[in-house]
Ligand binder design. Sequence first.
Ligand code: NAD
Length: 386
Amino acid sequence: MIVAPKIRGFICTTAHPVGCRENVRRQMEYVKAKPETQCGKKALVIGASTGYGLASRITAAFSGRAATIGVIFDKPASGIRTASAGWYNTAAFEEFAAKEGLYAKTINGDAFSQTVKEQVTELIQRDLGQVDLVIYSLAAPRRTMADGTVYSSVLKTAGKNYTDKTIDLKDNSVHPVTISPATPEEIDATVKVMGGGDWLDWIRTLSDAGVLASGAVTTAYSYIGPELTHPIYRDGSIGRAKQDLYDTARKITREFPGVKGYIGVNKALVTQSSAAIPIVPLYISILYKIMKELGLHEGCIEQMYRLYHDKLPAENPLLRLDDWEMREEVQTRVAAAWKEIETDTVAQYADIDGYWLDFYQMFGFRVPGVDYEADVEVGVSIPSLQ
Ligand code: NAD
């Protein structure tokens, strides 16, 4: 089948198996060309198929030489539908891991569920004994609780209406958008989905089963960003959830002796999750332009390599990977561009092409070296999911 991108809103409903494989290969080659990391030999990665979670798994395996178990929530191909990008990424990851003699197994299911937690626990008991690194990189729109209640996260302010510029990704036009405040119930639901509750449940389940090694490290990811994104991010409904995540990191360190909880405060990047946040994609495309001009731009893999190679071990639970993004020289220029940017000056102030390139590449399109005219097999299987 010849696979072409089909964009719907801020997602692409198709994915290219060969392009996704190439993305994983390039990330693997990036870390292999650098000094090895020492951050754990047996890693569990929850949310392992795309974005920061995938880059974390690649770093743990191909830089840290770790055995990895990945938890993903992805769809295989069916009929003329391609699989999701995360499915193809995971298939490629396992293929490369096998070539290097690295243990890699994957569980495809809802990470919020107790069933998946127990499946993972049993797999660790059977194959690895214990894990010494647990990476929690979920970004989800909703969570189903054990009693069947479904909570949905919202991307709203946590106070009053807030109006600022945003980019309409359908036609790259810049226009004002007003974000309404979340109700207390919506904030509570967002904290349930994106806060630390499920992370804590994972750590408790693993610890109770005795599969967390003494000295284990666990990480989850957050974003802080500059003032212009605060109303929608840091001070918004998602920010409340991230505050809960910080509290959870401290709680884990306090309540589980021998386990240390960390938060990677990562850079703003194009991923399937960040594309859905109002205002943020415009900020990201301005940031890309400036950080590329200053030679400071990084993608998920550069960030995750820096986290596990340079930032750990650490005393402080906050690992600032946004240090380059937050440099004064970067943020002064972002603020100046933000004031000026309008629809007809998008190309002047923002790296809109870079934004779109990352967007397409997330789904395996526009990846150099891939022949998009070629017929490809879309029914790829993930070896460990037999
Ligand atoms: P992403 O959408 O690429 O990754 C999220 C992962 O979670 C995917 O692999 C997805 O399949 C998985 N997932 C979602 N629901 C699941 C479920 N129920 N069960 C199992 N897996 C599930 O997003 P990302 O941007 O890499 O986000 C990962 C973390 O990084 C989030 O905590 C996010 O807030 C944080 N972060 C992102 C940015 C950014 O700019 N993208 C910046 C800083 C921090």
